[in-house]
Design a protein around this ligand. Structure first.
Ligand code: ATP
Ligand code: MG
Length: 448
């Protein structure tokens, strides 16, 4: 009522204050049409509002829409409790143990719905000795929910019914100024959750936003705090960075901010391996492109690429010490994985695929008899072939090998017969590759 009156007095495009401290930005100003909201998110906000609850699209989706980007997913925040949300939507389930969220399903789409939460005040919250929050948030109101979020651009609430945006921290102005700014005192917020430092770098690289000076300032001095973050969470964040579709920009940014040293062991591996830098950069570029093209990408493929040159180095050392090629490769793979385990926290579930990708590499050099046909038939062929192409592109091996396989895959039977090399000609095959030690392996490798 009051809002309507104010609108009439100040004109339609004026920003007005809501009953709490939010500024309400009307559609005429922000121009984010409800058509941009996914079907599921719309159904969720409509359904909750029909039952008398508040419900908004929040976080990354509102930010992305304002930046003219397609949101990855749509999250909803509401004053309904998880049980109340469950009651409104038949196809939904409560997830999470510490802070319970509700997943509401509509066909392929899952909408994550969370009840407004508040940050627990530092005095009563449990923190570690560096100020990191050990307890999760508790239920709160909308204003408190805005304050517990990380960046002003991530703290906007969009109501699809009225097409209004509720802004508590001048996030709208920051987005328009292309600035990523943390809410509150930067140092306190990083101490509460050091992962926010990584999020600052990732989001500014991904969105092409400038990090506000005060937001960036304490990072250099606080980066060591990342060492206290539980490994699994760190791994998830690293994965988000590597699979953001902007991994190269993120890494460039980390370098610019002098954060690439000692911040994350995985980054050290990426940036400081002298042999594999070109290969690793190409793999990241390739992954970025695949994500932008909406092609599937597997973390295992990326990790296999990140560690490939370590595998090669260990493999060579073992061979030089007199071990047979196949055995040397097998032990090298295990050794590298073991060595990286403590450092990178790559979960064991990726091991099988990584090892397959590596151990199939020498088999691409076997181009006689039925071997290429058998290799083609393997389920992991495609990934291993993509891996091979990266090796060619990086200059590690002759591109002729990659070209041969590119043609062989699609060739007619007659052409394949022409392409196959005489089965018993190991010497000739050996000359085709730059790496004599790699071709020694091929002759000895088991066929399947
Ligand atoms: P992306 O596009 O990468 O998904 P996002 O901002 O949506 O970016 P999410 O991890 O999906 O990132 O988080 C959703 C929202 O939750 C954020 O927009 C932010 O408001 C809040 N949030 C996420 N992580 C934190 C954190 N560490 N501290 C405070 N708020 C956070
Ligand atoms: Mg998100």
């Amino acid at each position: 009522m009051i809002k309507k009156l104010l609108k009439r007095v100040f004109g339609k495009s004026a920003k007005v204050k809501s009953p709490d401290s939010a500024t309400v930005i009307p559609f005429e100003v922000h121009k984010v049409d409800r058509e941009g909201i996914s079907y599921g998110a719309r159904r969720v906000t409509d359904g909750l509002q029909a039952e008398g609850f508040k419900a908004f699209v929040v976080g990354g989706a509102v930010r992305d829409l304002l930046l003219d980007r397609q949101p990855k997913d749509f999250d909803v925040a509401t004053d309904a409790t998880p049980e109340e949300i469950r009651r409104v939507f038949r196809r939904s389930r409560i997830i999470g143990r510490r802070f319970r969220l509700v997943h509401v399903m509509f066909g392929d789409e899952t909408v994550e719905v969370s009840t407004f939460r508040r940050m627990i005040e530092a005095e009563v919250a449990q923190t570690d000795e560096h100020g990191r929050l050990l307890r999760d948030n508790e239920f709160g109101d909308q204003e408190q929910d805005a304050a517990r979020r990380d960046f002003t651009a991530n703290a906007l609430f969009y109501d699809p019914a009225t097409q209004e945006i509720f802004d508590y921290h001048k996030g709208y102005a920051d987005i328009r100024a292309n600035t990523l700014r943390i809410i509150g005192d930067p140092e306190v917020r990083y101490r509460e959750d050091p992962v926010r430092m990584l999020r600052a770098v990732r989001l500014s690289a991904k969105l092409g936003m400038q990090l506000d000076v005060a937001t960036a300032a304490p990072i250099a001095q606080l980066k060591e705090l990342l060492a206290n973050v539980p490994e699994a969470r760190m791994f998830d964040e690293m994965l988000k960075l590597l699979l953001s579709g902007h991994a190269l920009e993120c890494i460039k940014k980390l370098r610019e901010m002098d954060l690439h040293h000692g911040m994350l062991p995985m980054l050290d591996v990426i940036l400081e391996q002298p042999l594999g830098e070109r290969f690793v950069m190409l793999s990241l570029q390739n992954t970025d492109q695949r994500i932008r093209d909406e092609k599937p990408t597997s973390p295992a493929f990326l990790f296999a690429a990140l560690l490939w040159h370590e595998v090669i180095a260990t493999w060579k050392t073992r061979e030089a010490a007199g071990e047979r090629a196949v055995a040397a490769l097998n032990t090298a793979m295990d050794e590298v994985l073991e060595r990286q385990r403590a450092q990178l926290a790559i979960p064991r579930r990726y091991d099988t695929v990584m090892k397959e990708l590596w151990s199939l590499q020498p088999r691409f050099e076997q181009r006689g008899g039925q071997r290429p046909i058998r290799l083609l038939a393997l389920p992991r062929f495609r990934g291993a072939y993509d891996f091979l192409l990266l090796r060619c592109q990086s200059g590690e091996i002759d591109s002729e090998l990659g070209e041969w396989w590119t043609e062989f895959q699609v060739a007619t039977e007659e052409r394949r017969a022409e392409m196959l090399q005489p089965d018993a000609a190991p010497k000739k095959r050996r000359r085709r590759t730059k790496k004599p030690d790699t071709s020694t392996v091929q002759a000895e490798l088991p066929i399947d």
